[in-house]
Design a protein around this ligand. Sequence first.
Ligand SMILES: CC(C)(COP(=O)(O)OP(=O)(O)OC[C@H]1O[C@@H](n2cnc3c(N)ncnc32)[C@H](O)[C@@H]1OP(=O)(O)O)[C@@H](O)C(=O)NCCC(=O)NCCS
Length: 187
Amino acid sequence: MPMSGDDLLIRPAEDDDIAAIAAIYRHHVLHGVASFEEVPPAPDEIDRRRRAVLERGLPYLVAEREGRVVGYCYAGPYRTRSAYRFTLEDSIYVDAAEIHRGIGRALLTELVARCGGLGYRQMIAVIGGRDQWPSIRLHEALGFARVGLLPAVGFKFGQWIDIVLMQRALGPGAAIPAAMPAAMPPG
Ligand SMILES: CC(C)(COP(=O)(O)OP(=O)(O)OC[C@H]1O[C@@H](n2cnc3c(N)ncnc32)[C@H](O)[C@@H]1OP(=O)(O)O)[C@@H](O)C(=O)NCCC(=O)NCCS
């Protein structure tokens, strides 16, 4: 079921949202270090990536305000080898003109709930930049703990970029053995 706040609707992304999603991501690729991509992907490529997420049965959500897409998020496999199959990585991007208005929190809250409901057990945030406080604080607010730092694994805008790793349990986490029958398809 879609989730609604005062005037914010969190719902699965649709084909018509691809252009808006591509525009949001384009800004963050060109101007930030959250993504380690350096060339913004075309809308067709964004669409291909969304379909790959959906084929795995994973959520790809947008935040809509007054009919406009103002942010999006999705979950993908953290790594694809089979023993990782209960562990996901989140990706979340908010329109640069709309940040710090609660959109990221609403998106990530819904993503965590859906992924836990699907039987996944851990979620990892791979955060580009050791001083990306909006992202770090957002994940902290959603129960993620910092679990690692990968120094200087990226090089963007002429400088070395660290990765901060954050993690939270989904559902029962590691308290009981995994029970979800279906393995994620290889990717
Ligand atoms: C990170 C991002 C998704 C956060 O979304 P947002 O809509 O701005 O976040 P929210 O308004 O929901 O804020 C959630 C919490 O994050 C923190 N936060 C958000 N913006 C912040 C800022 N500018 N400075 C410090 N903390 C901030 C706050 O702790 C906030 O909680 P609060 O409302 O109680 O203060 C957004 O800033 C963004 O798209 N950044 C660029 C891309 C990116 O870094 N993506 C994450 C990849 S892992």
